[in-house]
Ligand binder design. Structure first.
Ligand code: NAP
Length: 228
């Protein structure tokens, strides 16, 4: 039986990833920082709840200790970093720090805590949920990308972190990839997105269920490879 953990999974794209992984027959742990919201989402879907705040090392350690087995880790939890300005010239540094705390340091914390479990699996998979707005190639050239000094660079850093783990784990069965779900209607963007969370979840699920001959160290969306 394949076992997966999805962080930040009580709503939005994370919840959709949980549902789609359950549909494949996996045992799925639904990670959420809030116990009430997490338990409700787990009960609604048939997943197992695990309390996990990615910015709280003790909660991540406890979550890892509570799992006996893990094959698939989806680092989905993410924040914009506060509602204040992230525009050059009027940046609230606290908001930038919040984005990096969750989107980068949180992912490193969770991967390191779960790595012993993933190493024990014969088919370990790590999927980091990033954003195309973190693409260095796109962020200057594409006028329709947001100019957000915290959020977008935090996703660029997450992409780089992904490559470090992919490289370190290159000679193991563990595959490490990073994905963009596309612009989905969720609380993160006040439901301005044009895709559904279910559509956004698809690429993460594809990378979570890669065969042993699948790629590692790549950045993907539904259209294929994204330029770094
Ligand atoms: P969302 O609806 O706001 O969901 C974010 C989830 O992350 C929530 O469950 C939230 O929990 C959780 N979370 C936040 N901080 C956390 C922490 N410290 N520990 C654990 N969980 C935490 O947003 P979403 O759109 O589904 O975003 C999911 C991922 O997709 C994010 O990484 C985001 O950057 C990425 N993404 C989204 C879009 C888009 O268009 N929506 C596009 C590109 C990338 P609470 O309910 O407790 O707040």
């Amino acid at each position: 039986m394949t076992t997966a953990l999805v962080t930040g999974a009580n709503k939005g794209i994370g919840l959709a990833i949980v549902k789609q992984l359950l549909d494949t027959g996996m045992t799925v742990y639904l990670g959420a920082r809030d116990t009430e919201r997490g338990e409700k989402a787990a009960a609604d879907t048939g997943a197992r709840f695990v309390q996990l705040d990615v910015t709280d090392q003790e909660s991540v350690r406890r979550a890892a200790a509570s799992l006996e087995h893990l094959d698939v880790l989806v680092n989905n939890a993410g924040v914009v970093g506060g509602g204040r300005a992230q525009e050059p010239g009027s940046v609230h540094l606290d908001d930038v720090r919040k984005a990096f705390e969750t989107n980068v340091f949180g992912v490193i914390t969770v991967i390191d805590a779960m790595l012993p479990l993933l190493r024990a699996s014969e088919h370990g998979r790590i999927v980091n949920v990033s954003s195309i707005t973190g693409s260095l190639t796109g962020m200057f050239a594409a006028d329709d990308y947001p100019t957000a000094v915290g959020y977008s660079p935090s996703k660029t850093a997450l992409n780089a972190v992904t490559l470090m783990y992919a490289k370190a784990l290159k000679h193991t069965p563990i595959k490490v990839n990073v994905v963009c779900p596309g612009y989905c209607a969720t609380d993160l963007n006040h439901h301005q997105g044009v895709r559904t969370p279910a559509q956004g979840a698809r690429i993460a699920v594809e990378m979570a269920t890669l065969g042993d001959d699948g790629p590692t160290g790549g950045f993907y969306d539904d259209n294929g490879v994204i330029a770094w």
